[in-house]
Design a protein around this ligand. Sequence first.
Ligand SMILES: [Zn+2]
Ligand SMILES: [Zn+2]
Length: 300
Amino acid sequence: MSPASFVVAGITAFIVWVAVAGLLEQGSLEAVLSAGRAELAAPLLVALVVATAICERIWPAERRPILARGHVQDACFVALHAIVVIPLMTLLSVGAAALIGGHAHWIELQSVAHWPGWLIMPLTIVAMDAANWLAHYADHRLDLLWRFHALHHSQEELSVLTSFRAHPLMHTTGFILATIPVVALMPSRPIDPVLITIYVCIGTLQHANVRWTFGPVGRVIVSPAYHRLHHAPDIQDTNLGVVLTIWDVLARRARFPSRSDAVGRTGLDGRPVPVEQDNRAGRALLLLAEQLIEPFQAQS
Ligand SMILES: [Zn+2]
Ligand SMILES: [Zn+2]
């Protein structure tokens, strides 16, 4: 057993409990959950995933059957995402905002309170992206967080569906950190849900099984080719960006792909997390359970 993993689970449960208790008191639990669903499972995102999956068939980085084991397993993670992770993410953001806003009023920046929405909203999203970069950096640097992040990196057959291949408890750090700029910059104004959906869409595209570098735009926005380098078995401490590459550039951790590069391997050497490519029985749901339990098992 790994007690540290239970601590992460406990912290997550506490934040969710704060959110549920507060929302039940206001009688708005159902409304907030459905607003979260509208943001995180927006038709725009679904259309993007379908369009990208079609592009993967036409211009694949690695050619493989449509029902490759990696695709089937990641489809199970899409279902888990829709059923468990979307409500969890919604409650984490509400709970983290309640805890940080309620106990650390001093981080609210009064000087930006009168700034117009068109300025403060993109600024807040850029700051959230920096927070997400920091959370991703922590995922790679801290053993405790890596146990939950490793599952995402275990995929040897990247596709757009790999964006959803994540342990539900991997999101807690990101939501705590990303809430700080929201409370600081927009304590009493909501962020336009369309902007959140666009942000999620760009973040989802990065796992696509295509060779796109996005040309000059790829110097600023994370492209599938750029993120693929992050999934290489040996160089995961580079290209940590979620949507913007600037944090990697500032931290000297950016490695820009070139169109002529060969398509590199992805996954984790030694397969520390059980993976479908190793599982000949093909029982996807059983493997999903094993992959979710893995961070709680004793680590050598
Ligand atoms: Zn990573
Ligand atoms: Zn990734």
